[in-house]
Design a protein. Structure first.
Length: 121
């Protein structure tokens, strides 16, 4: 799919990003980027990072990820667009689901149905 045809790579204005962040309470940021830090370590962190890598590959979009001392930090921005795009918003929502699966704490957003786990299918 050509992302430009759908507007998926268009930089979102600050009001649209602010509205999206109101529905993604675990995330902070503005029209330049979105950030979330998660307290997770060990095997749960390994699984989370592997799942996010798989998600990123499926979307053709790589988040900046830092792992340090029991915390994983995600930063989402579309460098080619100069800030946050619809892909970043969608990825943040999906990362919330992956964090929920890794930590056992339910995602707190209304955007979509939770991702099915391997046990659910």
């Amino acid at each position: 799919m050509d992302e430009n045809a759908t507007g998926a790579t268009d930089h979102l204005d600050r009001m649209v990003v602010a509205d999206a962040l109101s529905a993604l309470p675990s995330w902070t940021g503005d029209a330049t980027g979105l950030t979330r830090a998660v307290r997770v370590s060990g095997a749960a962190a390994d699984k989370l990072l592997a799942d996010v890598a798989e998600l990123a590959a499926s979307l053709g979009h790589d988040p900046d990820v830092e792992r340090d001392d029991g915390t994983v930090r995600f930063v989402l921005t579309t460098h080619d667009a100069g800030g946050v795009t619809a892909v970043d918003i969608a990825m943040a929502s999906r990362i919330d689901d992956l964090v929920a699966a890794a930590t056992g704490v339910p995602a707190d957003h209304p955007h979509h149905e939770p991702l099915e786990s391997a046990e659910d299918s």
